[in-house]
Design a protein around this ligand. Structure first.
Ligand code: SF4
Length: 65
């Protein structure tokens, strides 16, 4: 998920994974549906403020950052 309170609109995630993230009209990143997992992770790793968090659906455990 993208934490809208943390995202500062640097666009790093979009540059790293344009198939997985876009910037909304409000300047905050939003995930795109159907993106490949490697792109989702690449965007999350590119975020300088940790606004993108990914959790294991089976365990609920934080996977990244
Ligand atoms: S890299 Fe992080 S701070 Fe920058 S737009 Fe994406 S989610 Fe927001």
């Amino acid at each position: 998920m993208v934490d809208r309170r943390v995202c500062v609109g640097t666009t790093n995630c979009v540059e790293a994974a344009p198939e997985a993230y876009d910037i909304g009209d409000d300047g905050v990143a939003e995930p795109l549906p159907g993106a490949p997992l490697d792109a989702i992770f690449a965007g999350a790793r590119a975020c300088p403020v940790g606004a993108i968090t990914l959790h294991d659906l089976a365990t609920g455990q934080l996977v990244t950052p």
